[in-house]
Ligand binder design. Structure first.
Ligand code: ADP
Length: 630
């Protein structure tokens, strides 16, 4: 079904800027000026570039870390660039010599050597020819032609074997900066040790005149290619400890010899003189990466550089919206094949940036994903031969560009529907439709069941949770039992409470299911049914306050897709909700502040419910939002 494009008057005024298409938007030339929303990072990178300091960037994927590193390389002086060459070492052929020369010179030197070698070979060949012909003619005259020919062949073979081979003496250019416009930028993410630290190729012919000389088999690594430039390493913790150790040495010494990385090859015999590698390291990753990286490497960066935190979102101001307009223009320009976006199309992208921020009054800075949307929309327009990309294309792209997690969520939904894993009508005791997010941008309905059984051990009841819970979810279960004791006043020494998360093949993380668990348990303990057309999400304090959670928009949309009629969310998340037009009429959103309201909105009406609500009200010191002054 084609969705109607609705733009309310308030939304049209996203920013006071009028343009026909993104073609008329100026895109700055320098990469550093193209970076959006990371002003602090930009400042630090500028400073680090001028002082040649290392930088560590922590943040979500797609927030501009590698772009910043590339921008940093643009800021470095290209006058300092050098070419690096490997020369044969007459004293020890397994220890090639290393020389560096100004950028561009390396190529000239190699050419000159080649020319010289060619000349030498030519004149030698000439001499040989004269000699050979001389011998043959002489032997002919003295009547010993056969011996003459044999002698000529012997001379040819011997000189081939023993005369120095000029081509073997030509140096090898292992790092070239010929006609480079900027200092080098190398992304060494996920490269193996050989590519990172350099390698020496194996030589299958190690003698007999066919061998390749050692210096000619030397290959520089990314650490050498980024000499005087920037080496970017994402997910630094995935680098082997040995490689991290070698990186540390390279950082300290600013030079690192090249040796064969594969132990059994002939390359392993070769080790060059130290090769310069005076690069700026930009290491990146998420917080986990920092914790798991080699501590000495971390402290090296800390001691000699800057640590940066990348932001996930920026405030939703007219200024920042304008930056997003420029972002769309930048992405269109970078791709080169997309038709420019008109204003409505850009507005639609900005609206998506608001949605994806998942925080009230913010715009997402996970711009790689947003750029993906821009490209898909542009591709659709391109395939239709449209001259401009319009809002219609962006809306179509939104439908198409669903992440793997979203597609997985769809398939869960189908499967759960098939097996009747969740109900959306009627009522049930101890059964709640909880909500969760997968992969950061797709919601799923997560049914939770609670049951109460007589305790197996006499002394105390236990809370037993099943369904692949991860740590935070386990803690949430523990907290909930404290709340239940608090709010129901029921100490449960003789009962075990079983909580089961249903259909959670991928494991449950987070504590946003705590109000669902609490409701299921209260329902099971008090034997009051829960309305199954309701779904809920919210975190719970020990006192019974409902606390904010993440991904509200995606969770609500998932509930609506599953056919749920009412969704309970924390009041503090109310402003984060930016659901798509298509879902607005399908679902009622009920913001709540404490567990009493959750119970009021989810248990089936009746005297039992009234009793428990009254009891809860008298037991807790909380007031419902209706009783709270505005
Ligand atoms: P990361 O290294 O953090 O994973 P990248 O730097 O590779 O992310 O970003 C991928 C792409 O997304 C960039 O090439 C650029 O097109 C866009 N992008 C990401 N962050 C920004 C930003 N802050 N400003 C402008 N464009 C960005």
């Amino acid at each position: 079904m084609e969705k109607e494009i609705t733009t309310s008057s308030e939304e049209i005024e996203l920013y006071e800027d009028n343009f026909e298409t993104t073609d008329s938007i100026d895109v700055p030339e320098l990469l550093i000026d193209q970076i959006i929303g990371q002003e602090h990072a930009v400042e630090v990178v500028k400073k680090a570039a001028s002082q040649r300091r290392h930088v560590m960037m922590i943040g979500s994927p797609g927030t501009g870390k590698s772009l910043l590193a590339k921008a940093m390389a643009e800021l470095l002086p290209k006058e300092e660039l050098q070419d690096i060459m490997a020369y044969p070492n007459p004293e020890d052929s397994n220890n090639p010599k290393i020389r560096s020369v100004p950028a561009g010179k390396g190529r000239e030197i190699v050419m000159a050597h080649k020319l010289e070698a060619q000349k030498k070979v030519q004149s030698r060949n000439m001499l040989m020819m004269i000699l050979v012909f001389g011998i043959i003619i002489y032997s002919f005259y003295v009547g010993q032609l056969l011996w003459g020919i044999i002698a000529a062949i012997m001379i040819l073979l011997l000189t081939r074997q023993f005369l120095p081979k000029e081509e073997m003496m030509i140096p090898k250019l292992i790092v070239s900066n010929y006609q480079k416009e900027h200092a080098p930028f190398l992304d060494a993410t996920g490269t193996h040790a050989g590519a990172l630290l350099g390698d020496v190729r194996h030589d299958p012919f190690q003698s007999g005149g066919l061998e390749t000389p050692a210096h000619d088999r030397v290959e520089s690594g990314d650490i050498h290619k980024s000499h005087k430039g920037v080496l970017f390493l994402d997910e630094i913790n995935t680098l082997s400890l040995e490689s991290q150790q070698s990186m540390l040495t390279a950082l300290q010494e600013k030079e690192y010899p090249i040796t064969g990385q594969s132990e059994r090859s002939s390359g392993a015999l070769v080790k060059t003189e130290p090769v310069p590698c005076d690069f700026i390291m930009v290491a990146a990753g998420n917080l986990d990466a920092v914790e798991k990286m080699h501590p000495a490497l971390r402290s090296r960066i800390k001691g000699y550089g800057y640590e940066l935190f990348m932001r996930d979102s920026m405030e939703d101001t007219p200024e920042n919206r304008k930056s997003l307009v420029r972002f769309v223009a930048q992405e269109v320009l970078r791709d080169g094949h997309l038709p420019p976006f008109d204003k409505e199309a850009v507005d639609e992208v900005i609206r998506e940036a608001q949605r994806r921020a998942g925080r009230k009054g913010h715009l997402t800075l996970k711009l790689r994903d947003l750029g993906g949307l821009v490209r898909v929309a542009g591709d659709i327009a391109h395939s239709e031969d449209a001259a401009v990309t319009t809002a219609k294309h962006v809306l179509a792209a939104k439908k198409m560009a669903r992440s793997i997690e979203q597609q997985l969520a769809d398939s869960y939904l189908e499967r759960k529907n098939d097996y009747q894993l969740f109900k959306k009508t009627g009522s049930a005791v101890g059964r709640v439709n909880g909500l969760a997010v997968m992969g950061g941008d797709s919601g799923i309905v997560l049914p939770i069941m609670a049951g109460v059984t007589p305790s197996l051990s006499n002394s105390e009841g236990r809370v037993i949770a099943t369904g692949m819970l991860k740590d935070i979810a386990k803690e949430a279960v523990q907290n909930v039992s404290a709340v239940i004791k608090n709010v129901t006043g029921k100490s449960i020494p003789n009962h075990d409470i079983h909580i089961q998360f249903i259909g959670t093949y991928e494991g449950v993380e987070g504590d946003s299911a705590s109000i669902s668990i609490a409701t299921a348990v209260i329902s099971a303990l008090e034997n009051i049914p829960i309305d199954q057309s309701v779904a809920m999400t919210g975190s719970l304090s020990v006192r019974g306050d409902v606390l904010p959670i993440g991904g509200a928009t995606y969770k609500i949309e998932a509930a609506a897709r599953a056919g749920i009629k009412k969704v309970i969310i924390p009041k503090s998340n109310e402003a984060d909700v930016l659901i798509e037009e298509a879902y607005k009429d399908k679902i009622e959103i009920v913001p709540v502040t404490n567990i009493i309201e959750v119970i009021e909105h989810s248990l089936v009406d009746g005297p039992d419910k009234d009793r428990i609500v009254e009891k809860l009200k008298s037991l807790t010191s909380l007031k419902t939002s209706a009783e709270m002054p505005e």
